[in-house]
Design a protein around this ligand. Structure first.
Ligand SMILES: [Zn+2]
Length: 323
């Protein structure tokens, strides 16, 4: 078993992470495979960052079963700095403090790993304060920034990190595609706007949950096996490990639903953009302004969702605006 088993459908990204973890285990210095500053983008990026962190902190490159792996996956390992923010922006003072903590040597592990979620919320000055740290991280420090896309971080940051992008799993793409994308264009009144919002949230949720749940039971089963369950009794260490695993699975599921909704909203925005640039669309200047306003409304909804706004309420307001 390996921590990487939990990420399905990432045929490009997983080998890159595995090779990096392997190189890192042999030698802490920079190499072709191992980089000390990463930018993870796309679907499931935050989950992937935790998994990669586990593979660097675990003594067997991410076995997925030891206490190190499980506490990293749950976000609670002592050598992991997991920065999640509820604020509108990440400010320079936050970054300065973080840079200092990041430079400490790891206490028990080969590496100290810093995961900065929502890196798109770094103010420009905060982003600049981070540059030196990600350009010359300590030998034993690894930075993983997470953002929806590489365009969401300032270019000076982008040029100093290695970008690894994660694609939405095919099974999710199928559920969310055609049916969802038609909905905003069929809205006639407030009632149908609300119905469209409910439908989108429901489809995104069930798609993401199906993907997450497919992994959960198998993970638990393997972990129990590895911890030597006899009958229904686990050792104390084992049941603690299973609890950590379940905690990690739960937050993974929440993030997958968020990512699924974000993917849907981006796809809808692309449809409007296509209308805007399509030569056959014609359309008056006033029509184009309306389309631009709709794209703005979609981007605003994405921002709200990324700050943990209630999905249904956010989508309802958006669908009314897209009417
Ligand atoms: Zn492990």
């Amino acid at each position: 078993m390996s921590v990487f088993d939990a990420i399905a459908g990432q045929k490009q990204a997983v080998p890159v992470m595995k090779m990096a973890a392997k190189a890192a285990a042999n030698d802490a210095s920079e190499s072709q495979e191992m980089t000390h500053a990463w930018l993870f983008t796309g679907f499931g990026r935050e989950e992937a960052a935790l998994i990669f962190a586990a593979s660097l902190i675990c003594k067997s490159q991410g076995c997925g079963l030891c206490q190190e792996c499980l506490t990293v996956l749950a976000g609670s390992h002592g050598d992991l700095e997991l920065i999640q923010t509820d604020g509108l922006s990440i400010k320079i003072d936050d970054v300065r403090e973080l840079v200092q903590r990041a430079s400490w040597s790891p206490s028990t592990s080969p590496y100290r790993v810093v995961i900065l979620e929502s890196a798109e919320r770094l103010t420009d000055s905060a982003g600049n304060a981070l540059l030196k740290a990600i350009e010359e991280p300590g030998l034993r420090t690894v930075w993983i920034l997470c953002a929806p896309s590489d365009a969401d971080v300032i270019s000076t940051t982008r040029s100093r990190v290695r970008n690894l992008s994660f694609v939405a799993p095919a099974s999710l793409a199928v559920t969310t595609s055609a049916e969802i994308l038609r909905l905003p264009f069929e809205i006639k009144d407030v009632a149908s706007a609300f119905a469209a919002a409910a439908k989108i949230v429901e489809l995104a949720k069930s798609g993401a949950e199906a993907v997450a749940e497919a992994n959960n039971d198998e993970e638990i089963r393997k972990a129990k096996e590895a911890w030597g369950q006899q009958g229904s009794k686990l050792t104390a260490g084992g049941s603690k490990a299973i609890k950590e695993l379940e905690k990690g699975q739960k937050s993974r599921q929440t993030r997958m639903v968020q990512d699924a909704l974000d993917t849907v909203l981006l796809d809808i925005a692309v449809k409007y953009r296509d209308q805007l640039v399509s030569p056959v669309a014609g359309g008056s200047a006033a029509d184009k302004v309306k389309i631009l306003e709709k794209i703005d409304a979609i981007m605003e909804a994405r921002t709200r969702l990324s700050r943990n706004a209630a999905p249904l309420l956010t989508l309802e307001a958006l669908m009314v605006a897209l009417r």
